[in-house]
Design a binder for this molecule. Structure first.
Ligand SMILES: [Zn+2]
Ligand SMILES: [Zn+2]
Length: 130
């Protein structure tokens, strides 16, 4: 779990865990139900999610999974020089490498699923706007 904190969106400038939106005392004031939040608070939340998504786009590179330390585009498992060693077919890769890549894909799928939940929450909110 990440140790990151951010400011309570209720505007009280308390620091709270990254995954939470409101500090306990603001939650008493606004409630934990997103559907009951005032519009400005929902907008704050939207803005924050938008910025976070942008951050994720900026992190669209990762390290070559063959362990050479090169940074490569997110979509590829290994860099072009490692590809000359291992080839570009996952079926031909050594077990440890295809295991690493499959595991990476699994983590990405889970992350995408979590993000999707947040997206459907925003879609729901946009219905509230007249
Ligand atoms: Zn607060
Ligand atoms: Zn490499």
């Amino acid at each position: 779990m990440s140790q990151e904190v951010h400011y309570c969106l209720g505007g009280c400038s308390r620091e709270i865990p990254f995954e939470e939106v409101l500090c306990p005392s603001c939650e008493v004031e606004y409630g934990s139900e997103k559907s009951a939040w005032p519009k400005w608070l929902i907008q704050q939340r939207h803005e924050e999610l938008r910025i976070r998504r942008k951050d994720e786009d900026n992190r669209s590179t990762h390290q070559c999974m063959a362990g050479c330390g090169k940074r490569i585009t997110y979509q590829f498992a290994i860099c072009s020089s490692c590809e000359q060693i291992y080839g570009n077919k996952i079926e031909k890769w050594p077990g440890w490498l295809s295991f690493l890549w499959r595991d990476e894909m699994r983590i990405r799928r889970d992350t995408a699923r979590i993000n999707q939940k947040e997206v459907s929450f925003s879609d729901l909110d946009s219905n509230l706007e007249e």
